[in-house]
Design a protein around this ligand. Structure first.
Ligand SMILES: [Cu+2]
Length: 169
């Protein structure tokens, strides 16, 4: 877990984007009155996201992320914008390899993070995050490196823990 915090600490750009999204959220909350924010429940099991739609409406979206693995492990759900021509498979390919591989887990920094950090969730725990999503192509991914039940291994994104989705206007 110290590892994850260290990784976050040298990503000021992600924090800045997160602050911008919070500001947009505040502005939107003032103008949209009583409109309820859509809530999507996503859970992770066997290193895969379940319940995330492939298409979402543009605007303020709220996500509940649950870790439903059977053994202790930490997962995360980091939202990134996919540049034109890139897909979830590119995220997977770049993240392959053990924690010290290049780029491996460090490939997280290649991608534009579009939200504040979702807190990582240990088995049995859940986190909630609110995002403002303009139209575009995105993915959620996990660059944690733990193995089920303990120990360290490849970044989860390299093991396929990436899900691509589109936001429409
Ligand atoms: Cu994970």
């Amino acid at each position: 877990m110290g590892r994850a915090e260290g990784r976050r600490a040298n990503r000021p750009a992600a924090v800045l984007v997160g602050l911008i999204s919070v500001t947009l959220l505040a502005a939107s909350a003032c103008s949209s009155g009583s409109k309820a924010t859509p809530l999507t429940t996503i859970f992770v099991q066997k290193f895969r996201y379940h319940g995330m739609p492939t298409t979402l409406k543009s605007g303020v979206q709220q996500f509940l992320f649950e870790n439903k693995e059977s053994l202790p492990i930490t997962h995360e759900m980091i939202p990134i914008a996919l540049p034109s021509g890139k897909t979830a498979q590119d995220v997977i390919n770049d993240a392959k390899g053990p924690a010290d591989a290049t780029p491996g887990a460090a490939s997280e920094d290649e991608w534009l993070h579009i939200g504040g950090d979702f807190g990582a969730a240990d088995t049995g725990a859940s986190v909630v995050e609110t995002l403002f999503l303009p139209p575009g192509t995105y993915a959620i991914a996990c660059w944690q490196t733990g193995n089920l039940g303990g120990g360290e291994g490849d970044a989860h994104a390299g093991r396929g823990m990436v899900f691509q989705f589109t936001v429409t206007s």
